[in-house]
Design a protein around this ligand. Sequence first.
Ligand code: GEK
Length: 246
Amino acid sequence: MSSGEDRLFAAPRDPLLKFTFDEHVAGVFRDMIERSVPGYATTLSMIGVLAARYGRPGSICYDLGCSLGAATLAMHRHLKSGDISIVAVDNSLAMIERAAKLDTGKRDVRWLCRDIRDVPIERASVVVLNFTLQFLNPADRGRLLKKIFSGLLPGGILVLSEKIKFADEQENARQIDWYHAFKAANGYSEMEIAQKRNALEDVLIPETPETHHRRLAEAGFASSHVWFQCFNFISIIAEKADAELG
Ligand code: GEK
């Protein structure tokens, strides 16, 4: 997966258009996400670990909002059985065209250029939303989680990674400040940080961890646990109770 360097917001942009996952973004996406999401590499490694732990023969793993397919590749490499297929979905053609070139051996991997709200989920053992739910209209998020819950086999999991906000304003400001320090340390200028932030306004809509846990419970998940946090980024594992274990 080669990637150019992300300099998309380095020069002043006027007008500053809203952020979209177009050809330009797809071309630099790997560099962009690695320098913009603290712990991104860790989320991918653990998605591999969790796929090995929860992936069941005969089931399907889903990578919803797969971008260049990094989580799909992590699952493919760690799944213990060849008899587990992967469905990877993204509504950006520029992303899917690149992702579909990944080498996933003999595994049945379907790359779908679709809206994740329209894709059926069935016989799922692992569903991954790695920094994708945040781009959906909040009004649609509950319905998607309910669909995922229904499509999961008992004992299956959802991995939900998100940029978050904090209910306490001071806490929120502090965490964002630390996050911007992380971006600056990764070579982004003040202008790049400010322009990207503005372009993402109303496109990436973060919510509090409490909202995520409540929505997961409403969707049917008996438990949801934060397994990772770095500044204002978290990842949650939500498990569908195994009928046999109760
Ligand atoms: C990774 N998971 O590398 N339907 C389908 N795709 C969507 C939708 C939608 N409604 N909305 C947004 N996307 C990846 C990283 S990036 C995260 C995920 C980020 C897609 C969008 O096209 C983009 O590729 C992805 O979700 C979000 O592990 O850029 O911060």
